[in-house]
Design a protein around this ligand. Sequence first.
Ligand code: PLP
Length: 434
Amino acid sequence: MSDLKTLGQTGLEALEQTLVTRYEGFREQELALDMTRGKPSVRQLNLSNAMLEYPGVTDYTADDGTDCRNYGGLTGIPKMKKLFADLLEVTPEQVVVGGNSSLTMMHDALVRACLFGVPGGEGPWVHQGPLKFLCPSPGYDRHFAITEHLGFELIAIDMTDSGPDMQQVTAAVSEDPSVKGIWCVPKYSNPTGVTYSEEVVQALAGMQIAAPDFRIIWDNAYAEHYFSDKPDELANIYAACVEAGNEDRVLMFASTSKMSLAGSGVAALAASPTNIEDALKHLAVQTIGPDKLNQLRHARFFGGIGGLRAHMRQHAELIKPKFDLVHDVLYEELDGKDIATWTKPNGGYFVSLDVWDGCAKQVIQLAADIGVNLTNAGAPFPYGKDPHDHNIRIAPTFPRREEIKLSMEVIAVCIQLVAVRQLLGKSHNSQDAD
Ligand code: PLP
């Protein structure tokens, strides 16, 4: 297919007409398709239905004799501590297993830092003046929302193919002690699918930082979510921090939300002994203990990291064809036209699609007008503003395959329509419309 820019006026007008006919054909179908949030599909959830049989009515005792029905067990039951330790490559003593949401645990860790400070710091962050947080973008909107909500200034850092742009990161942290942390989704990142390179992990662990109480929020949400033949390899950030003499620098998080039941998974925090001791001091005031029956349910269902990985192979079998479909439709419709690029990740939950600068909002609006809902333009950027208005996040896991195919065809038609009209001088830059 030829580059649109090489078509003359007549060619572009003819193409516009074809696209309008297709667009109106889609409108007539009265579509109601949702490609917005990265949720597991019903079939993925069904993979964990057997878990609901556990722990059963007679055996609710953990390996260490804990009666999981009762209060207590602040750091979690042994088997879940071991499971998360294996997942995050630390020791079980470094793990606190919590409730169902890692996002809650990240939020709470930052609230604690704001109110009480962190080990190695100079007291509560809220007493240290206006503060900043680094946000590799495109990234996870809910991360950015937490730090915006807590009053941090959000500093956008470009994402590269190997992780955050480390030149920008080091320039931001090296002399400014008000920069207190960075959000990281290090494996199959949300939404680009990038896994941080060894160099990036080492640089994050070893870089010179002006703030003595800087924290890397290492959200390894997609640690086991691969669907290629070969999983990406991620270097061990904690080992790298220890090696660099900065073992308190990183707080690691994970959950089973997208492995078992998204609303009823189990989440965990892992960190240095000093950070864990500090967290427990506060957690002991916050709660008498987490939901250990749900932990036991998970421990029995997965058995251990081997069982969890086998389970994730079943997820991959459901997810991979959907990602392939997204790629195939985009390739079929857009290859060679020079109007869009998209990621083809090895794992995770998203495809990141870039269109011409100034066009993403228009594409998303055109698709919404005929019943295909996409994540709001700009959502993966700090303050919900994509500086180039070019990024579109595609979340293919939840819809059925026929819905994905149709949605992607609609999106591809909208991308082409916006591009053709731009070349014909018929559209205005949507950023100007703000
Ligand atoms: N972290 C990332 C990067 C995510 O994409 C998501 C959900 O989409 C979460 C965390 C939410 O995790 P949880 O369900 O454990 O709160």
